[in-house]
Structures are given as structure tokens and as C-alpha cells.
Write a protein that binds this ligand. Structure first.
Ligand code: SF4
Ligand code: SF4
Length: 171
């Protein structure tokens, strides 16, 4: 549910960035039903995935208008993991590296938080995992699960993120 006082305004990023299965709309192409300055032209009949979607900016009352996706250049949403996905607009693929974004994303990525999440930047099919210590490039999404966390102890403790190894036959 949208946080009190939050509105989409003239954003429309979720009518461009995600694929919409019911409409066969590819990711990163503006939906043919989207009218600039007006929004969805089939609002009452829009597909279920459009009805169900609310981005992180809309849900989080603490995110100011710098985080509105059309201004930030990316949108936020939660996925199983639990994972916070930073879905970038391919026209502005690096704005998440700027402030105030990067510091906040690194803070959210702190695994010591009460409800830890993986924070993953998705740029097309390219993935990057954020940690407070820095970013780890995962590369092209293989479709396999991602494992991430810390290895080592003391000064040798380091974050890691990698795709799970394919299952091997053990007959
Ligand atoms: S990306 Fe978020 S703020 Fe933008 S239109 Fe969609 S729900 Fe609204
Ligand atoms: S159907 Fe409407 S709400 Fe859904 S992506 Fe297209 S313009 Fe946006």
C-alpha cells in the first residue's frame, strides 16, 4: 500500500522498466498504453501485474522525491531472497552510484540489520551485489540462485556473492 502522502505523480517508470507478461511487453520498453502526462490509458482494465505492483519509493514513507524512479533513474522492489532489487533504467544505468543513493543502498545492505536483505542492482541482465564494504559484480544473470554473505573471520572477513553451482550428478 502506498505510504501516506506518496503519489506516482508523472513517474511512469513501472510502465517502462519491467516486462509485463500479460501484455507481452518487454522490459525497458514503454508500454503502448502509457500516455505521457496522463498515465495508463486502460487504467480500469490494466493487467493484474500492473495492479499488484508498487515500487519501493511509493511504499517507503522515508524516501523523499529524490527517490521517485523517474528522477532517480532506477526503481526499487522486493523479490524473494529476501532481496531488494535496484532496477536501473538503461538510459541512466549508473545513477545508483551517486548520492544520496549509494550510501543508503549500502546501509540497507548491512547484514547485521534486524531483517537483512540482499541488495542487488539489475541493469538489463547484468547483476551487481551491494555490500557496505563495496560492490561485487555478479555479471550476466544465469537464472541460478545467488548465494551471498561473508567468509572468513576477523580482519579476513570478506563479503562474497556468486551464483550457486549447478547440481552435479552423484551416482
Ligand atoms: S515506479 Fe513507482 S512511483 Fe513510478 S509510477 Fe510506478 S509505482 Fe508509481
Ligand atoms: S497497462 Fe497501464 S499500468 Fe500497465 S504497464 Fe501499461 S500503461 Fe502501465
Amino acid at each position: 500500500m502506498a505510504a501516506e502522502g506518496k503519489t506516482c505523480g508523472g513517474c511512469g517508470a513501472c510502465c517502462k522498466l519491467p516486462a509485463i507478461r500479460e501484455l507481452s511487453k518487454p522490459a525497458h520498453q514503454t508500454c503502448s498504453n502509457y500516455v505521457t502526462g496522463q498515465g495508463c490509458s486502460i487504467y480500469e482494465q490494466r493487467p493484474g501485474s500492473c495492479r499488484a505492483f508498487e515500487c519501493g519509493y511509493l511504499q517507503n514513507p522515508e524516501l523523499n522525491d529524490d527517490w521517485r524512479p523517474d528522477r532517480a533513474g532506477f526503481l526499487l522492489y522486493f523479490a524473494p531472497g529476501p532481496r531488494l532489487v535496484v532496477e536501473t533504467d538503461l538510459e541512466t544505468p549508473d545513477t545508483w552510484r551517486q548520492e544520496p543513493y549509494l550510501s543508503q543502498l549500502r546501509e540497507w545492505s548491512n547484514r547485521s540489520r534486524p531483517s537483512p536483505v540482499e541488495v542487488v542492482v539489475r541493469t538489463g541482465d547484468h547483476l551487481t551485489m551491494i555490500f557496505p564494504e563495496g560492490e561485487i559484480t555478479l555479471g550476466k544473470d544465469t537464472g541460478r540462485a545467488i548465494v551471498s554473505g561473508y567468509r572468513g573471520v576477523g580482519e579476513r572477513r570478506r563479503p562474497f556473492a556468486e551464483f550457486a553451482k549447478p547440481l552435479a550428478w552423484t551416482l
